[in-house]
Write a protein that binds this ligand. Structure first.
Ligand SMILES: *Cc1c(COP(=O)(O)O)cnc(C)c1O
Length: 799
């Protein structure tokens, strides 16, 4: 079967324009537009030119020419309403800090009790598949007396597609009820039917909640509005929440609540402040709130400069048109989805488990999002952290986890409430890094396209998956379950939508045969090499945290904190945070040398003259060296600033201003120096050769750089590969150590410590060999070692 072809939606002119607007993306692949989309050059330029040429005042001040700012802000309100095909006769714009704030505002002010009598309050009804910001509303509305009702995905489609209209007269409607749902799911990209609005208004849910209510609909358009056209002249929800950075990237911290004027009476607020009152007495409890809805609800001074910049964002969207944008992102998502659907391992097993709610055939039902997990040839899941690490190496910015949408995530992953609570007990939290628990994923990988995304972005993702996650030769074929799924969509659900039933789950079609390469290598590794004599081969110290290594020639002193001078210094930025290779790869090019004879630390950097720093604390002077306090990796640290000279040297070397070299110091007993994890890290040279042998010959890795990538303190030789992972204690010469655990690796091992270049290996092979558990090397801690000396070549005993 052939690769899929793609036919572009945008014309040449648009493509050229976008190329210019987003040249700064370079070779990065940004596919987290449902998280935040990117701002265009033009919006930023026009906004800043505007600010530079104008004298904007507080919109509440009336000065020289009335108030220009107020007029412009009102124009922006018209512009927003116009974008959604409506005007101020029908809707009002309340500026908020974003969708979440808009949802909170409705939760806090919506009146569930129609006539204020003691009659029971109405219902707060929400879809299980909602954003956490909506879930947060239920606790507030519950406190305010509402009955809280959750509707699951399947029931929603059954209940809300109804035709059984309520024939009650408005007089019988005792109270107000609120229904909240997303216009587009930020997990699967499903576009929920907007005709639900009318159905609910007509009483479609009355039977379900067993009361006759006046129904109001809050549409969460945060995800939808970014890439789709919301037509309020046809669909008329009572409330709509938006965040502008999801439409055009800038500004952040600004959103809106659109309110249908006819429904505004249901929002009843208590607080007032700033310009939201017509009159207020300061000595008595008397005030009258403003009549105009936006004036009544926008407490304090609105974000007027940001609001002004919105017009330039809308200009761009309307020049491309929302219609083209939604077709464009849909076509990219379809291309990616179908390509992943076809992809199989050489043994015929699928590579991707897709979490789709539609068959990607209809742009009115599907937005520009594809969510999935990857599968190994034996059917095991690949943890999303592994995918995220590998993606980062390919400069792909994607999102992993549950994307603040626990309901949809749970539905697609097939997790029960009990499983989720159990996972929580074993350490899983939202946004955490436990991606697989007992082999079952706790989240997924999400690709979301924006209006400036290109088919190249989709191709880069497909290429990364083929390169790193397909075992053997790739096979392209349409899986059998897909035809069943499509058939089901066309009959049972009449082409509408809904979930892929679990019986069609692709993983079920995979045989149970375990692939031989993934048999928990750590414990079962059958080795040819016997332990000869296990010896300490090399000692490294890293005087400055996250910088180059210094290799000890003969012997080195151990202190209660670790190896003498190991991670005794660190570089901090002007913001007081410690700089690491994660953010500045060139740190590895700073090569420190310790000269014990002259008591000096010498720092070297390519093409920069070296600099010397005294080793002895006694040579620091009060006027030259200040004491700094800061936070490193959530630990409070205290240190001595090593002075302006080295600070300038660092800035010269790294080309970053205002860096400081801080030496660890403090009366507080700090058992660890600036080391992030443990006192010592040990790697086994035989394990490294074992791994090196498994890295494909075609890879970009120079195998001689392997050892340094693991940034260990000790390298041992003569021991069988992975023997170290079973040790509890060890003795080197007459120093004793306790094993604290196996080291979890991240992308840092992909930085060639000699050149600071990033590669995909050895992380990819390590992940593949160990079924996604990226672990290598062991952590050690001192056991009764005070002022001992370690010698290179000493024998190692262990148990
Ligand atoms: C992003 C998003 C939100 C929250 O938006 P904020 O800007 O973080 O307040 C709510 N709902 C959906 C569907 C979203 O995609």
């Amino acid at each position: 079967m052939d690769e899929l072809s793609y036919s572009p939606v945008y014309d040449e002119k648009t493509l050229h324009f976008l190329d210019q607007q987003f040249s700064r993306i370079n070779d990065e692949c940004y596919v987290d537009h449902a998280g935040a989309t990117l701002y265009s050059n033009e919006q930023i330029k026009k906004s800043s030119d505007d600010l530079l040429q104008s004298l904007y005042t507080n919109p509440h001040s009336h000065g020289v020419n009335g108030n220009l700012t107020e007029d412009i802000v009102d124009n922006v309100r018209y512009r927003i309403l116009d974008h959604f095909h409506t005007n101020q006769d029908e809707y009002s714009v309340i500026f908020t800090s974003g969708s979440t704030a808009s949802l909170k505002l409705v939760a806090e002010t919506f009146n569930f009790n129609n006539d204020g009598s003691a009659e029971a309050a109405g219902n707060f009804v929400y879809l299980q598949d909602n954003h956490t910001s909506v879930l947060g509303m239920r606790d507030v509305t519950f406190q305010r007396g509402a009955k809280v009702v959750c509707i699951d995905h399947i029931s929603a489609f059954k209940l809300l597609g109804c035709n059984n209209r309520n024939n009650d007269s408005p007089k019988d409607r005792k109270n107000n009820s609120l229904f909240v749902y997303p216009a587009q799911c930020n997990f699967s990209g499903l576009k929920y039917p907007l005709n639900w609005i009318k159905n609910i208004k007509q009483g479609c849910l009355n039977a379900h909640v067993k009361t006759n209510s006046n129904w109001f609909i809050l549409l969460d358009a945060a995800c939808y509005a970014g890439t789709s056209d919301l037509n309020l002249s046809y669909y008329k929800p009572d409330f709509i929440c938006l965040s502008f950075y999801k439409l055009f990237g800038y500004p952040t911290g600004l959103g809106a609540l659109l309110v249908k004027n006819d429904s505004a009476f249901t929002l009843q607020k208590t607080f007032y402040g700033g310009g939201t009152v017509d009159i207020v007495l300061s000595s008595k409890m008397h005030h009258v709130k403003r009549q105009s809805l936006s004036q009544r609800f926008e407490d304090g001074t609105i974000s007027f400069l940001s609001i002004i910049s919105l017009q330039y964002g809308f200009q761009i969207l309307s020049s491309i048109t929302m219609k083209s944008i939604s077709e464009h992102v849909f076509s990219l998502a379809r291309y990616l989805h179908h390509s992943l659907l076809l992809l199989h391992h050489e043994n015929g097993a699928p590579v991707v488990k897709l979490y789709a709610d539609t068959n990607y055939k209809d742009k009115n039902l599907q937005g520009g999002i594809v969510s999935f997990n990857l599968l190994r040839a034996n059917g095991d899941y690949v943890g999303y952290m592994e995918v995220s690490n590998i993606a980062a190496l390919h400069k792909i910015h994607l999102r992993t986890g549950c994307f603040c949408n626990p309901g949809t995530c749970q539905r697609h992953l097939g997790l029960t409430d009990r499983q989720i609570l159990k996972n929580y007990d074993t350490g899983f939290t939202c946004g955490g890094t436990s991606d697989l628990i007992n082999g079952i994923p706790t989240g997924a990988v999400r690709i979301s396209f924006g209006y400036m995304s290109t088919v190249e972005d989709a191709k880069i993702i497909i290429k990364m998956i083929k390169q790193c996650f397909v075992s053997g030769k790739e096979v392209l074929k349409v899986p059998k379950w897909w035809n069943d799924f499509e058939f089901q969509l066309s009959t049972k659900y009449k082409g509408v939508v809904t979930k892929i039933d679990n019986d069609f789950s692709p993983i079920k079609t995979v045989s149970n045969e375990k692939s031989p390469d993934c048999q928990n290598v750590i414990t079962n590794y059958n080795i040819e090499v016997r332990d000869r004599n296990c010896r300490l081969a090399k000692i490294f110290i890293y005087p400055i945290k996250s910088c180059g290594a210094y290799e000890v020639q003969d012997s080195w002193k151990l202190t209660s904190k670790g190896l003498l001078y190991d991670r005794e210094w660190m570089i901090v930025t002007s913001a007081g945070v410690s700089l690491t290779q994660k953010h500045e790869v060139r740190l590895c090019l700073i090569k420190p040398v310790i000269d014990l004879k002259n008591n000096e630390l010498i720092l070297n950097y390519p093409d920069v003259p070296s600099i010397k720093i005294p080793l002895l604390i006694s040579s620091y002077t009060a006027e030259k060296n200040e004491i700094c306090k800061g936070k490193v990796c959530r630990h409070k640290v205290e240190g001595i600033d090593c002075g302006i000279e080295v600070s300038e040297w660092l800035s010269l070397a790294l080309g970053r201003p205002n860096l400081k070299l801080i030496r660890q110091w403090g009366s507080v007993k700090q058992e660890l120096s600036f080391a992030s994890q443990s006192q010592y890290l040990l790697v086994n040279l035989s394990s490294i050769s074992w791994l090196a042998d498994r890295i494909p010959k075609t890879s970009d890795l120079d195998k001689s750089t392997m050892l340094h990538r693991f940034r260990s303190n000790f390298a041992i030789e003569g021991c069988a590969p992975f023997k170290e992972t079973n040790w509890k204690m060890l003795e080197i010469g007459n120093c004793q150590f306790e094993v604290e655990g196996i080291c979890n690796r991240c992308q840092m091992i992909c930085i060639d410590q000699k050149t600071s270049e990033k590669t995909v290996e050895p992380l990819r092979t390590l992940a593949e060999e160990f079924c996604g558990k990226i672990k290598f090397g062991i952590y050690l801690a001192n056991k009764n070692n005070k002022n001992n000396v370690l010698k290179v070549g000493e024998e190692i005993n262990f148990n």
